[in-house]
Design a protein around this ligand. Structure first.
Ligand code: ATP
Ligand code: ATP
Ligand code: CA
Length: 217
């Protein structure tokens, strides 16, 4: 299903969202207050315009009301980010916003942002987990206490079936998938065998995952 997105603020974060959505085949309107920024996105958006995203009349004139989601990626200027979010919520569309710091994040949540993203903070957490363990390839927070991690299978797990490893009973976490090179086994059966260097995609509480990683791997 192709959707209509409006990306506001074409810095590194907004620019990369705009390019990726466009290459995925979605309709993307790119907006920035600076003409040079808008010019960089003309080839990577469906349409682009120099507009002040805090100006409600200007946004209404662009037909913003009919878009599925607005992404507010205005960085340094918190006031403009908040003002733009407020106006977009008044217009009545879904808004995802980049926050600059936790105070900014709280304000955005209070005024009704549908999702607040804090890229520097979130990426920092993910990278810290990768540094923390030699086995963690990637890490996704599901909630405060639950995560999905990708773990590289050690020799200890090699040539053992999922029944044999009994990870759910022993550690409480679930193996969602097994990646081997380009192959991904997305619903592993109990008799499937793990090889050394396979990537296990594992879901569980953070303490269960930690326990599995330290004792099971
Ligand atoms: P990144 O970290 O993603 O590179 P940045 O920190 O450089 O972004 P800024 O440059 O502060 O972010 O803001 C992103 C963009 O938002 C800029 O290109 C800026 O011109 C644009 N912007 C700022 N205010 C407005 C506004 N009122 N309306 C539209 N765009 C705006
Ligand atoms: P972020 O985007 O992650 O919030 P930032 O863009 O604000 O970070 P900077 O402020 O440019 O990043 O730099 C990050 C930190 O690196 C700052 O706290 C700064 O003091 C520190 N820093 C800059 N140069 C040096 C240096 N030569 N040696 C040690 N620390 C440095
Ligand atoms: Ca920045």
């Amino acid at each position: 299903m192709k959707k209509h997105f409006v990306v506001i603020g074409l810095g590194r974060f907004g620019g990369s969202i705009c390019r990726e959505l466009h290459s995925l085949g979605h309709q993307v309107l790119a907006i920035d207050i600076i003409p040079e920024k808008v010019n960089t996105m003309t080839d990577y958006s469906t349409s682009s315009t120099v507009t002040d995203a805090t100006d409600k009349e200007a946004l209404l004139a662009l037909g913003i009301k009919n878009f599925d989601v607005a992404i507010v990626a205005i960085g340094e200027n918190e006031h403009a980010s908040i003002q733009s979010t407020l106006v977009l919520k008044e217009i009545g569309i879904k808004v995802w916003v980049k926050a600059q710091n936790t105070n900014h994040q709280k304000i955005l949540e209070k005024i009704g942002a549908d999702r607040v993203i804090h890229p520097e903070l979130d990426m920092g957490i993910r990278i810290a987990h990768q540094l923390d363990s030699d086995n963690i390839i990637d890490f996704i927070n599901l909630s405060k206490n639950y995560s999905i991690v990708e773990l590289k299978a050690t020799g200890k797990l090699s040539n053992r079936s999922l029944i044999d490893l009994n990870v759910r009973a022993k550690y409480g976490c679930t193996i969602l998938a097994i990646k081997r090179g380009e192959d991904v086994n997305v619903s592993p059966s109990p008799n499937d065998i793990v090889h050394e260097e396979d990537i296990l995609v594992v879901m569980g509480s953070n303490s269960e995952l930690k326990h599995f990683e330290e004792k099971g791997m």
